[in-house]
Design a protein around this ligand. Structure first.
Ligand SMILES: Cc1cc2nc3c(=O)[nH]c(=O)nc-3n(C[C@H](O)[C@H](O)[C@H](O)COP(=O)(O)OP(=O)(O)OC[C@H]3O[C@@H](n4cnc5c(N)ncnc54)[C@H](O)[C@@H]3O)c2cc1C
Length: 391
């Protein structure tokens, strides 16, 4: 198998690099480079620039802003974006709800929601998990009861990433409490400014507050915001989670972290054991990248809306390698890794952190999440065992 990029693909990557480094404001890219938390404004502004040039949602159908690109081109687009410190488009919009609406929504819903979703005029949040429904998602209890032209929604979601920025939330709700678990679930879009919606932040181990609880109390939701058929939302959910897991491989991010390790490791790189760790990580990342390309390339051979179980392999390995890279950086920095992010303040008695060290430890802690979200790695192993290995 020839692993080298073709001349055309190299030219395409160069074109992307040129665009990202000239069109995306330098101050935003500098903040990403320093490891600072992105503001909502930075992310929205970036996505709107990308969208204006047709580069926000290349994997969507062409009539809704997608590009007729090859799998390799889509991969290079994502990779160059990360390597050049561009905040990626909001994943809830572009990789999650957008493709669901494009696949399962009716024409009015596509017209109403897809353009503002691509342009980030709406910031979407994901309302799947509940306090007692994470791995066992189908046991969710948030109800939506039909009342004329509306649904009345009651319940609670949790771990809602960036819910503090959310304008709308896509939810799995129970519409038939008498049906078997998966059968009574529907996929419902809810305006988060509706009366009865409350968002409460959760403090995390890295000091940040990027996840939230979302409460619904007698929230009135127009029935035309139901995507697909009532009680068939599980099909949308499986399709969405398949897409989410493919994007969770995050190859560009792993490469960027390895590059940072090499930049900051100094004489440690001459240590054969440390060097072997770096090399092993690089080789494993290259292997995962090939697998991502294989999955993307066969995407069009599956029936529309059919999730690819191999996405579980990508999520599993991607999250492990992201965590390995974060750990390697902490090991490389030694005591310097104890530096804190500027926005959390440097504790008394600590030296000012060197650039590239500020977010090493918070990032290490933060990325423990990667083996939990989008379905924990234990759950991915079960999917692989059942759907691929046929145990
Ligand atoms: C940072 C972060 C962001 C998130 N963002 C969102 C979001 O935006 N929207 C959203 O809806 N959800 C989000 N989630 C929720 C995430 O999808 C769930 O946390 C995840 O599915 C696990 O569910 P749980 O937390 O309830 O853990 P549990 O399901 O209670 O699992 C606890 C432990 O038991 C293991 N386990 C459970 N069942 C099995 C089994 N059958 N076999 C083997 N082991 C098992 C799990 O692997 C885990 O180690 C986020 C989570 C995190 C950590």
């Amino acid at each position: 198998m020839d692993l080298a990029l073709s001349k055309e693909d190299r030219a395409f990557a160069e074109e992307m690099r040129e665009f990202f480094t000239t069109e995306i404001p330098a101050d935003i890219r500098a903040r990403v480079k320093r490891g600072e938390e992105m503001s909502k404004e930075d992310v929205v502004q970036t996505q709107q620039i990308l969208n204006k040039h047709g580069l926000a949602v290349p994997h969507w159908p062409v009539e809704w802003g997608g590009k007729d690109w090859t799998a390799v081109q889509r991969h290079l687009w994502a990779e160059e974006m990360v390597l050049n410190y561009v905040p990626p488009p909001v994943v809830f919009n572009t990789a999650m709800v957008g493709p669901v609406i494009a696949t399962f929504g009716n024409h009015e819903q596509k017209q109403r929601f897809l353009p503002p979703t691509a342009n980030c005029d709406i910031w979407w949040s994901q309302g799947f998990s509940e306090p007692n429904a994470g791995s066992d998602l189908a046991s969710l209890k948030t109800t939506a009861v039909r009342d004329g032209d509306n649904y009345i929604v009651n319940g609670q979601k949790t771990w809602t990433t960036l819910g503090q920025y959310g304008d709308w939330i896509f939810n799995l709700v129970r519409t038939d409490p008498t049906a078997q678990q998966q059968r009574g679930i529907s996929f419902l879009l809810i305006d988060m400014r509706s009366p009865g919606v409350t968002v409460r932040p959760i403090q995390l181990i890295d000091g940040g507050r990027e996840v939230n609880e979302v409460f619904f109390e007698d929230v009135v939701v127009p029935a035309d915001q139901l995507i697909g058929e009532e009680n068939k939302g599980w099909t949308c959910a499986k399709f969405l989670l398949g897409n989410e897991r493919t994007s969770n491989a995050a190859i560009g991010m792993i490469k960027k972290r390895i590059a940072r390790v090499k930049r900051l490791a100094g004489p440690l790189l001459d240590d054969p054991l440390f060097r072997a760790r770096v090399t092993r990580l690089e080789v494993e990342t290259a292997a995962l990248e090939m697998s991502v390309l294989r999955v993307l390339a066969r995407e069009h051979t599956l029936p529309p809306g059919m999730p690819d179980p191999v996405s579980s392999v990508l999520k599993l390995r991607g999250s492990e390698l992201q965590q390995d890279a974060a750990e390697l950086l902490v090991d490389a920095l030694g005591p310097q890794a104890l530096a804190y992010r500027e926005d959390y303040g440097v504790p008394d008695g600590f030296a000012e952190p060197t650039e590239g060290a500020v977010d090493a430890l918070p990032t290490y802690f933060n990325w423990r999440k990667a083996s939990i979200y989008a379905g924990s790695n234990e759950v991915q192993r079960q999917i692989i065992a059942k759907a691929i290995l046929k145990f």
